[in-house]
Design a protein around this ligand. Structure first.
Ligand SMILES: NC(=O)c1ccc[n+]([C@@H]2O[C@H](COP(=O)([O-])OP(=O)(O)OC[C@H]3O[C@@H](n4cnc5c(N)ncnc54)[C@H](OP(=O)(O)O)[C@@H]3O)[C@@H](O)[C@H]2O)c1
Length: 272
């Protein structure tokens, strides 16, 4: 099976590509470095032609208006080229993402949606990680809400198992989470334990967080979108576990403490 992996240089795509290769699939990486651009549909056919399946991780949040249009258009083009098996990465509890999930369901597609909890790797890769590494403090509008952070290795394993298990998971929405609920403060404490560094979590109101993002140069419409998104995602709706990892992989999800130990050993939070 030849699998097109969008976002192949990103956090989930990199791991999906690795897991797919380990399962014996042929991976065709598709990010801008590989000539695939979500903003340039004219080039999509060259990437899709001759493949059997595609993993879709839109770089903007899947709830962003542009994502639904792009995912729907790519799904139609993929099916027309014979690439019928499509797996979309989405987010648990994100009402704004449902239009993108709907857009995937084009006639002829054998689609699966993988709705993930917050990634554990948000703490070690990306902007939150930079803040922790450099300032030793995470400022975030997560209050005291509990979240079952999911290890991206589990997400990748679920994606690849869904792709390689015939049509068992076609037409399904799989919700995946880690094995236990942690507040953002507890997650930062786990990271501090794993690193031996003193790290702090400072909860702020969504509006104050938006002001910080604006001060860092994020455009006003992106700030407004993210503030709304975080306010809804962090209102307690996601403070429950999901069984997708157990259902698809037949084992417990990886625990946050194991993730933190592994990332710390790899130097994820070593001060610059
Ligand atoms: N963070 C979370 O906790 C969470 C939870 C659930 C779901 N999600 C979803 O995860 C998705 C993001 O996935 P991720 O975290 O794996 O990605 P990521 O780490 O943010 O990486 C983005 C990837 O997309 C590529 N990319 C960026 N702009 C592109 C463009 N215009 N055309 C083609 N490729 C482009 C990047 O590579 P190049 O720059 O090389 O092109 C990179 O490979 C979002 O849809 C989000 O809603 C996130």
């Amino acid at each position: 099976m030849t699998l097109v992996v969008t976002g192949a240089t990103g956090r989930s795509g990199r791991r999906v590509a690795e897991a797919a290769r380990a399962a014996g699939l042929t991976v065709r990486p598709a990010s801008r470095a590989h000539g695939f651009d979500w903003d340039r549909p004219a080039g999509w056919a060259d990437v899709l032609r001759g493949a059997d399946a595609a993993y879709l991780a839109h770089p903007a949040d899947v709830g962003a208006p542009a994502a639904a249009g792009a995912v729907g258009r790519l799904a139609r083009e993929a099916v027309a080229l014979g690439v019928r098996r499509l797996v979309l990465l989405s987010a648990r509890g994100e009402d704004q993402a449902r239009a993108t999930e709907e857009a995937l369901r084009v006639p002829g597609a054998r689609w699966t949606v993988v709705r993930a909890a917050w990634f554990a790797q948000n703490f070690s890769e990306g902007p939150l990680a930079d803040e922790l590494r450099q300032g030793g403090e995470l400022v975030f509008p997560g209050g005291e809400v509990a979240e079952p952070f999911v290890d991206l290795q589990d997400v990748a394993d679920v994606v690849v198992a869904a792709l390689t298990d015939g049509d068992r998971y076609a037409g399904r929405v799989l919700e995946v989470s880690g094995p236990r609920l942690l507040t953002f403060g507890e997650a930062v404490a786990e990271v501090a334990r794993a690193t031996g560094r003193e790290l702090a979590y400072r909860p702020v109101a969504a509006r104050a967080y938006g002001e910080r993002l604006a001060a860092f140069g994020h455009p006003p419409e992106e700030v407004a979108y993210l503030v709304d998104l975080f306010a809804s995602l962090l209102d307690g709706r996601n403070a429950h576990l999901s069984g997708g990892v157990r259902e698809v992989l037949g084992r417990e999800p990886r625990d946050f403490a194991a993730y933190a130990a592994r990332a710390a050993a790899a130097g994820a939070w070593a001060a610059d």
